[in-house]
Design a binder for this molecule. Structure first.
Ligand SMILES: NC(=O)c1ccc[n+]([C@@H]2O[C@H](COP(=O)([O-])OP(=O)(O)OC[C@H]3O[C@@H](n4cnc5c(N)ncnc54)[C@H](OP(=O)(O)O)[C@@H]3O)[C@@H](O)[C@H]2O)c1
Length: 465
């Protein structure tokens, strides 16, 4: 019958099902035929090719007829399916050789990678259309900053702001394959589900384990009230498919009116995007209230560390005055044009690790019309000269400078070559003179300034003086 069962002494029924030995996952685990069907059907996304969801074990794709046969099977399964509503105490015995069953309702897209048994596939990531194990992974061990919890935050992470939803899963997977173990995410970036897919694929394919990853997310401005902090964090965790994040930051010291998930997610900056004149609506929530709710998240194990972003020394001093769990990390804009040396020194002196966002300067803001190509520090002769001297790219010089200042960096790129370039910072070193030369580029030039961009949403909302 395909199963055996025994009642154990404590009253628990132990069942053992026979698996179907003809089917294996790519890493050799046996699986049920319905998982192959689910993989194929779950690929019901117009952007993708359904036939990529399942392969033969040697990597060969299914022919059109074979895919059609699987779809026929799926159609048959749907036509005879029975939905059984469980109640406490119900016992349902299924013959696994006769029926396939699922305890969870199927919600596409579900990208189970399945293969019919055969030689192992050596084409990791094929399902996302990205280069797989054949491309060389970064082999250097990534140095890390030790946080006050003794957790290690890798010095280079991938920032995922403005990576399109369509490409996020593939970019994240590619980054993990290239050796990244630190991902910088946020509710506001609107791509946490896709980041989760990329992580899940990498873990499923043995590229990394969850424990090797350092995943950051951020509490959005509309969820600052104490009663919204935990639900916002849980929504992020659900989207990422993780039980905890390694670091949860308060994204901005700006509280906005609450927007329920059903109304809009992510809520973004303006309260009603369909209004004749969309505008931001500030909420009166003390930062202390938000921070103390963040401490509760750490106590509850939803995040391993908490931190803050976009604060000044005055903001940090205030937080430190009431924190029972001091911030582990401060994340702020930092690049050669905005070095924030006083803030960096103050944070370090209080055991707060600093992450530099927008570490390449203006690059990220050109597409938003908040900077022009002429604002780039990457074309400064100081940087070009150092790049030539060290035989590295201008981006590598600027990122290496940031790492040597003792910060971590989270450059964003959607391109594989640049992902690898941005992580390859640990086989050269800038001398003291080199560091000082980059230091001369300070301009006090901030590109990400709510005091400026919020005016476009009807509110003058400076947070930096
Ligand atoms: N806490 C906050 O408030 C906050 C604010 C802003 C950003 N962040 C975080 O910080 C991350 C990084 O900041 P960011 O995205 O603003 O800026 P960034 O990483 O400094 O710059 C990204 C831009 O530089 C380009 N780029 C990447 N690598 C390059 C290279 N090697 N050479 C030349 N150009 C390169 C990218 O283009 P391609 O993609 O085309 O390669 C993109 O246009 C974000 O993704 C986000 O995670 C946090």
């Amino acid at each position: 019958m395909g199963y055996s069962f025994t009642w154990k002494e404590d009253g628990v029924l132990r069942t053992e099902s026979k698996r179907m030995p003809a089917l294996v996952t790519r890493d050799g685990k046996e699986l049920f035929y319905n998982q192959v069907i689910a993989a194929l059907e779950g690929w019901g996304d117009a952007r993708n090719d359904a036939s990529r969801a399942v392969r033969f074990g040697d990597g060969a794709p299914f022919t059109a007829e074979e895919v059609a046969a699987l779809h026929d099977t799926a159609r048959h399964m749907r036509s005879v399916q029975v939905a059984f509503k469980w109640q406490a105490g119900d016992l349902l015995l299924l013959d696994n050789e006769q029926v396939m069953h699922s305890r969870a309702r199927f919600t596409p897209p579900r990208r189970v990678l399945a293969a019919l048994k055969g030689p192992p596939i050596d084409r990791r990531g094929a399902s996302l259309g990205v280069g797989g194990a054949s491309s060389t992974a970064v082999t250097t061990t990534m140095p890390a900053l030790t946080l006050r919890s003794f957790d290690a935050m890798p010095c280079v992470g991938l920032g995922v702001w403005k990576i399109s939803r369509e490409t996020t899963a593939a970019v994240v997977y590619q980054a993990l394959l290239a050796g990244y173990r630190h991902l910088d995410c946020a509710c506001d970036y609107g791509n946490e589900r896709e980041v989760g897919l990329g992580i899940a694929l990498a873990i499923a394919e043995g590229v990394c384990t969850r424990e090797q990853l350092f995943v950051t997310s951020k509490l959005w401005n509309t969820f600052h009230a104490r009663e919204h902090v935990e639900m916002a964090c849980r929504k992020t965790l659900m989207d990422l498919g993780l039980a905890y994040v390694d670091l949860y930051l308060i994204h901005f010291p700006i509280a906005l009116r609450y927007v329920p998930f059903d109304t809009r997610y992510p809520p973004e900056w303006v309260d009603d995007p369909h209004a004749a004149t969309p505008r931001m609506e500030l909420a009166s929530v003390a930062y202390q209230e938000t921070y103390q709710a963040m401490e509760q998240l750490q106590r509850a194990g939803l995040c391993r560390n908490i931190g803050v972003a976009n604060l000044t020394t005055a903001g940090l001093r205030d937080v430190l005055s009431y924190a029972s769990i001091a911030p582990a990390v401060l994340q702020v804009e930092m690049h050669p044009y905005l070095q924030q040396s006083t803030l960096l020194r103050y944070a370090k002196a209080h055991g707060i690790a600093v992450t530099a966002f927008s570490p390449l300067g203006s690059s990220s803001y050109v597409e938003l019309d908040m900077a022009t190509h002429a604002d780039s520090c990457l074309t400064e002769s100081v940087v070009l000269d150092l790049a030539a001297k060290h035989r590295r790219t201008p981006a590598q010089v600027v990122l290496r400078w940031a790492v040597q200042r003792g910060t971590s960096v989270i450059p964003k790129s959607s391109h594989e070559a640049r992902l690898r370039e941005n992580a390859a910072l640990f086989d050269f070193e800038l001398s003291q003179e080199d560091m000082a030369a980059v230091g001369t580029l300070e301009r006090g030039r901030r590109f990400n300034d709510p005091g400026v961009f919020c005016e476009g949403m009807g509110v003058f909302c400076p947070i930096f003086d």
